[in-house]
Design a protein around this ligand. Structure first.
Ligand code: PLP
Length: 381
């Protein structure tokens, strides 16, 4: 039987067994509507409060600042609702489409948006950020870590600039939360998006941290759930699963061990690819700082990324050519273009994203398969 080697953890992660176990009773026993008025329903309501507190603890914020959403996309949409026609947002060219397409929509209703360039590693150029702040700038939204190349942004520096100009700072932490330590007070963000399925929780659930200082508009109008800010009966099993995943993933020792294990494997994989396959280049930071531990994005000169992906899949290796949400697009990645790659090099790139489940045997196997597939594709060019 073909092995399954899962190296696409930026697309989604495997729910931990503890997460699934925690969720099960909320499907078949404690299925009550937390807004109803009897003891069983109150018990479920109490569980939701506990989950909110668990998540708040991981960010060192108040539970009243955590709002449950359906995931990263909704959280990003909600954060950007802060802005009104005539006002100005600053973002970057390498944000996820959950941000970029929301900005496009906002432009169509009269919001002004500046899309900042990044350097060749995908890092924001801080003087450019400051230069672009105007009288009507009300929001800066910059991701914590990029989903394609793993580049981590200098959040504390950005938040200082934002605060000096009295501008609200939102960060899309979908790829970073649960993998690297984030304390909203230390970092100084006003809003933060996260998504459970990126940190070994279930899909279709996430949260938005909104500092109590920020007067945000409701996301969904209707009932009184989420203190009238996001109506609709709560996804109780999802919230329970997300809170369990957050508790486990953000536990300090466990997080540090996972980071160490994953970055060690990733570095070995990167070194083996560079030493065994010709004409390759690593996208983003090839040295290992300022980059998510699990990310490895490589261009294989003269090879079409989708063809390579197909051959890898035939050999049991699951990877990606970029963002999973864009996988049906034939356009070269906007992230790789923004860091200066040609269309051809962008289209020859593969993203591997590792997890604590991966082993050195899987990495060695993957690079051996990769070498064979790249050779085959280059031969038939
Ligand atoms: N933001 C980033 C950086 C992402 O990587 C993703 C998903 O890949 C999202 C937002 C969207 O999150 P969700 O899939 O939970 O809607």
């Amino acid at each position: 039987m073909k092995p399954v080697i899962y190296l696409d953890n930026a697309a989604t992660t495997r729910p931990l067994p503890e997460v699934v176990d925690a969720m099960l009773p909320y499907f078949n026993e404690a299925y009550y509507n937390p807004s109803a008025h009897y003891d069983k329903a109150y018990e479920v309501g109490n569980i939701l409060n506990k989950c909110r507190s668990t998540i708040a603890q991981t960010l060192s914020c108040d539970p009243s600042e955590i709002y449950f959403t359906s995931g990263g996309t909704e959280s990003d949409n909600w954060a950007l609702r802060f802005v009104r026609p005539g006002q100005h947002i600053i973002t970057s060219k390498i944000e996820h489409h959950a941000i970029l397409n929301t900005c496009k929509y906002l432009e169509s209703v009269g919001v002004e948006v500046t899309y900042l360039d990044v350097d060749r590693n995908g890092k924001l150029i801080l003087p450019e950020l400051e230069k672009n702040i105007k009288e009507n700038t009300v929001l800066i939204t910059i991701m914590t870590a990029n989903n394609e190349i793993g580049t981590m942004q200098p959040l504390s520096d950005i938040s200082k600039i934002a605060a000096e100009h009295n501008v609200v700072f939102h960060t899309d932490a979908v790829q970073a939360y649960g993998h690297s330590h984030i304390d909203v007070n230390v970092v100084g963000v006003d809003m933060l998006s996260a998504s459970s399925h990126k940190f070994n929780g279930p899909k279709g659930i996430g949260f938005l941290y909104i500092s109590n200082r920020i007067p945000l508009h409701p996301m969904i109008y209707g009932g009184a759930q989420e203190t009238n800010m996001r109506a609709g009966t709560e996804n109780v099993p999802g919230i329970v699963g997300m809170a369990k995943a957050a508790e486990l993933s953000c536990e300090s020792v466990r997080m540090n061990n996972a980071w160490h294990h994953v970055s060690t494997l990733r570095n070995k994989m990167q070194n083996k690819i560079i030493s065994e396959i010709s004409d390759v280049s690593v996208n983003g930071y090839s040295e290992f700082s300022d980059r998510l531990a699990n990310n490895l994005n490589v261009s294989f000169k003269g090879v079409r990324g989708e063809q390579l992906l197909r051959l890898l899949s035939d050999n049991g290796v699951c990877a990606s050519t970029g963002s999973a949400c864009d996988s049906s697009s034939t356009e070269p990645s906007h992230v790789l273009k923004a860091i200066g790659l040609s269309d051809e090099d962008a289209n020859s790139s593969i993203r591997f994203s590792l997890s604590h489940d991966n082993t050195i045997e899987e990495i060695n196997y993957t690079v051996d398969v990769l070498k064979r597939c790249v050779d085959d594709l280059r031969r038939i060019r």
